[in-house]
Structure formats: C-alpha cells, structure tokens
Design a protein around this ligand. Structure first.
Ligand code: K1U
Ligand code: ZN
Length: 167
C-alpha cells in the first residue's frame, strides 16, 4: 500500500469530472486500498479519487470514532434526498479551512462495492454530509464553491500564499 499525494485547492485538476468505473480491476482495488490508507493517515473521514489525481468514480468514507467502519463506493449515485441540514465541513484539499454548508439531511445512495455487487445505503448525519461532499469531488466541485465569492477569493489567496511559502 502507499500514501498518495492530495491535490490542494485551487489546483484546476480538482474540477475534473470523474469517469464511471466499467470494471473492478486489481488497479481499482489497489487504488481503493491506497486511498483508505491516505485518508486514515491525513487524518480524514472521507476521500475521493479526484483528490489524489485519479479521475474515476471511487470514494472511501469512515465516519466511525474507532476508524473501523471503512466503506468503499464505486460509481456512487444519490437516488433520493430529504430535508436540509447545515454542517461545518472541512476538506483535505483545502487545509485549515472550515465553514458551514447546507446539504440534504438524509440521502439514499446506490453504488457498487469492491466485490462488484450493487448496494444501497440510507444515510443521515455526518455520513450523509461526507458522502455528498465526496460525490461533489467526483463531479469536480469543492465545498468552498458553496461559500460567497468573497470567501472563495480569500481562501484561494491564502492557499496560493501557503503553496508559494512551501516551495
Ligand atoms: O473530502 C475530504 O477532503 C475529506 C474531508 C471529509 C469531510 C469532512 C467534514 C465534513 C464533510 C466532509 C475530511 O475528512 S476533512 C478532516 C475532518 O473532517 C476530520 C479529520 C479528523 C477527524 C475528524 C474529522
Ligand atoms: Zn474534500
């Protein structure tokens, strides 16, 4: 297994729309394992393939306290939504920035597991927030795009400065 490099906003590659995975190969299984290792090491509660510069529809999520409830979603799709809730979000691609985002309160997701079998999951709370955040990444959307233009431009400036200073 390997730790993968996470792209940082405002890298334009974060706006790539990911392609569906037609077949679950050893490469996809390896990518899923590396993404899980990278998410736990960060540490984070989710990671989308887009964030590690692989533009395929694959996300990993673990919102458990003990980090023992890893879920892998291949070609995830939200097939039902209910309600609205506001939650504070962070993003491994936007380090040090946290802000409130309004999303659906409850969702039903359809996906394939790593075994290639389809499943549906009803999610609420942090799991629902995290799955929506990760599917947004697959669609090329970063959570800061829910914030005002002014906040987006401040965040962009702050992260570009950090990147320059790290060189
Ligand atoms: O997609 C990502 O960048 C991962 C992101 C997921 C997420 C967090 C909060 C709300 C929505 C989506 C993160 O994991 S940021 C780090 C984080 O929230 C966290 C880290 C350690 C312990 C608990 C939370
Ligand atoms: Zn994110």
């Amino acid at each position: 297994m390997a730790l993968l490099k996470i792209l940082h906003y405002p890298d334009p590659k974060l706006h790539t729309v990911a392609s569906p995975i037609p077949e679950i190969t050893d490469d996809i299984r390896g990518l899923a394992a590396d993404m899980a290792e990278t998410m736990y090491a960060a540490p984070g509660i989710g990671l989308a393939a887009t964030q590690v510069d692989r533009h395929v529809r694959l996300i990993v999520v673990d919102v458990s306290e003990d980090k023992n409830a890893l879920r892998t979603f291949i070609n995830p799709r939200i097939i039902a939504r209910e309600g609205e809730a506001v939650h504070e979000e962070g993003c491994l691609s936007v380090p040090g920035i946290y802000d409130k985002v309004t999303r659906s309160e409850r969702i039903r997701v359809e996906a394939l597991g790593l075994d290639g079998k389809p499943f549906t999951l009803d999610a609420d709370g942090l799991l629902a927030v995290c799955v929506q955040h990760e599917i947004d990444h697959l669609d090329g959307k970063v959570f800061v795009e829910y914030l005002s233009r002014l906040k987006q431009s401040r965040i962009r400036g702050k992260l570009l400065k950090q990147a320059r200073e790290a060189m």
